[in-house]
Design a protein around this ligand. Structure first.
Ligand SMILES: [Zn+2]
Length: 414
């Protein structure tokens, strides 16, 4: 396919009754950090805008960047984060208990990364198989004992797996379902591989949190859909399946774990499904005004932050950033922050240190260097982790350094 494609229909209900509610202009893909030798090369910038479906209420990106560009070589390796590891250990245990799984049952995960979820499933005695298009990551996972096919998950791959390994009791999709453009194809593929009494388990950021906590920076090209239970359940019902349980999770600023089954499967539909749908209606999640208000709020945020940074620069203060997660690419572009505002960004991941941020080319260095460069201000770009960042770097504050948390309204901590 072309590098980028405009989508003029809803990914869930196929309606063309869409309205643009957020527009971030053109940005590079969120994970395309650059080596020094690449700084002079031409970078690709793609439209980043969010449409609201007036028919089913689904929120989604207006353009899709080729998955070959985004997912074939992925930098993010899940097991480097202890919080992530703990989250997936709990995940495996609760799915195991909730579905009354037996040892030897097959668990297949699409977008399995380095096997961070499949490892605890394996410990519980399950047979596991990962599918992940990032060849470098798939190879490493296989070497570490989690067999992983280096493919995109689709009908063809699902049929091959079913033939070789049998049907899966669990098919998991963590932070990957919302990354997929053709959701009909995914459900078809799940149909080829899932046991008749199995469960398709999706985990993804939840729309209510996006709006209420101002998580606008989780909008980037990888995240094509922003999930709510009501439109999602309708989509599955149209495909002969249905949601039978929903659990709220704290990861990524607020996510939902959604259990889906074939209509005839043995699991009873739990009260949680109706509870979430009622909450979404109460929060006016399917009213376009909710998103217009949201857009105004982040625009005001941008104006306030620009004003503050301009003032500090006028006073000849030095400012650096803290944290270069994928979502910082959206934040830096939307707030228009570059090397003229930020001298560098400190990030804990050794994979990112030594690289430059996509589009804005701000150098990413080790947090140790905060103490040699001593910037007057540290703007916390990973602002949802602000508390732990400030705790970890109390020494910086004690030495006179100041933190700025940029969202929802810029605030200085000294
Ligand atoms: Zn729709």
């Amino acid at each position: 396919m072309a590098k980028v494609k405009k989508i003029n229909y809803c990914r869930l209900c196929k309606s063309k009754n869409l309205e643009k509610v957020l527009d971030f202009g053109k940005t590079p893909t969120a994970n395309s950090f650059l080596k020094k030798s690449q700084l002079r090369d031409k970078e690709d910038f793609f439209p980043l805008a969010v449409n609201f479906c007036k028919n089913c209420g689904q929120l989604q990106l207006s353009h899709v960047v080729s998955p070959e560009i985004m997912f074939r070589h992925y930098v993010w390796v899940s097991s480097t984060s202890p919080v992530t590891v703990k989250h997936f250990e709990e995940y495996a245990k609760s799915v195991f208990n909730n579905l009354l799984l037996k040892k030897g049952d097959l668990v297949v995960e699409m977008g399995s990364n380095d096997g961070v979820l499949l490892k605890p499933f394996k410990k519980l005695g399950m047979r596991v198989l990962g599918v992940d298009p990032a060849r470098n990551v798939a190879k490493r996972a296989t070497k570490e004992g989690i067999p992983t096919l280096p493919h995109f998950f689709n009908t063809k791959v699902a049929k091959q797996i079913a033939k070789k390994y049998g049907r899966g009791k669990v098919i998991a999709a963590n932070n990957v379902f919302a990354h997929i453009n053709d959701l009909d194809e995914i459900v078809k593929a799940v149909g080829e591989l899932l046991d008749k009494d199995g469960a398709f388990v999706i985990e993804a950021p939840y729309n209510i949190d996006l709006v209420e906590k101002n998580l606008f920076d989780i909008v980037y090209h990888e995240h094509l859909s922003y999930l709510a239970i009501k439109p999602l359940d309708k989509f599955f019902v149209n495909h002969g399946m249905q949601i039978f349980d929903v659990v709220k999770k704290d990861v990524h600023g607020g996510s939902v774990r959604v259990y889906v089954k074939f209509k005839e499967a043995k699991y009873k539909v739990k009260g949680s499904v109706k509870k979430f749908i009622d909450l979404e209606k109460k929060k006016k999640l399917f009213n376009i005004d909710t998103y217009r208000r949201f857009a105004r709020k982040i625009e005001e945020n941008k104006i306030k932050l620009s004003k503050l940074l301009r003032k500090l620069k006028k006073e000849k203060k030095s400012i650096a950033g803290y944290g270069a997660p994928a979502k910082s690419t959206t934040l830096l572009h939307y707030f228009n922050l570059g090397t003229e505002n930020l001298d560098f960004i400190a990030d804990d991941s050794p994979y990112k240190q030594g690289l430059f941020t996509p589009g804005k080319h701000i150098p990413v260095i080790s947090p140790k260097e905060i103490y040699t460069k001593n910037p007057d201000y540290l703007l916390i770009l990973a602002w949802n982790f602000a508390d732990s960042v400030m705790k970890m770097h109390e020494k910086y504050k004690k030495a006179g350094g100041k933190f700025i948390i940029p969202v929802p309204s810029p605030t200085i901590y000294d």
